[in-house]
Design a protein around this ligand. Sequence first.
Ligand code: MF3
Ligand code: CO
Ligand code: CO
Length: 250
Amino acid sequence: MRVAGRLAASVLEMIGEHVEPGISTGELDRRCHDYIVDELDCIPAPLNYSNAPNQPPFPKSICTSVNHVVCHGIPTESKLLKRGDILNIDITVIKDGFHGDTSKMFYVGNPSTAARRLVETTQECLYRGIDAVMPGATLGDIGHAIQTYAESCRFSVVREFCGHGIGRVFHDAPQVLHYGEPGTGMALQEGMAFTVEPMINAGRRFVRLLPDHWTVTTRDRKLSAQWEHTILVTESGREILTLRHEESHR
Ligand code: MF3
Ligand code: CO
Ligand code: CO
């Protein structure tokens, strides 16, 4: 899991310099796919992935979610990034059967003050959720830490999607909700691995699933942001398996 996590993080480190006005999300997908397969000798987990019987397989190797897209945006040649956009790139690699899952937000050019505030607040939600992880804490402690911070900033927490157990299986039990009450839910134990991946909306929390059966947007078309790490519960607290160099202070 440490190897898979580090490799997933390296894809986000690689792709940053390519996030520029005019590039298509399809090209970002191609660059990540080639890097994952040719350089890392990994499998891109999203490609052909499906979780539900009535859901078509995901057609690309990464998720690219721009502006009001909450998650699971499908990269295409026709979606060109423009100045002022905010973009989530979500990477999941499989190395020797183990999954590493992580995402971060990117700015295309300079963001508006409102967009920057949403993106920075959402990253702080992720870190507060992660800081709640330790043996003896509960899943509800994680959700509560995220929800109280997001709502104190007058943002809303998406309820329909959550973090997840991860290992040899991409989306395993337990569900890691990004809202909740302290002291409720499963108690955390050393050796557990799961993701924390809050989706935070600038407006109301409600979402819409597009007819492609994957793309999730905000109902009110206001901005949404997401950040994700894969976390291991350790004896003394937690280890962030998908930490990037830019976060090495954590
Ligand atoms: N990486 C996403 C997550 O954090 C899941 C993407 S599933 C896909 O759980 F099929 F859309 F790629
Ligand atoms: Co995930
Ligand atoms: Co992910």
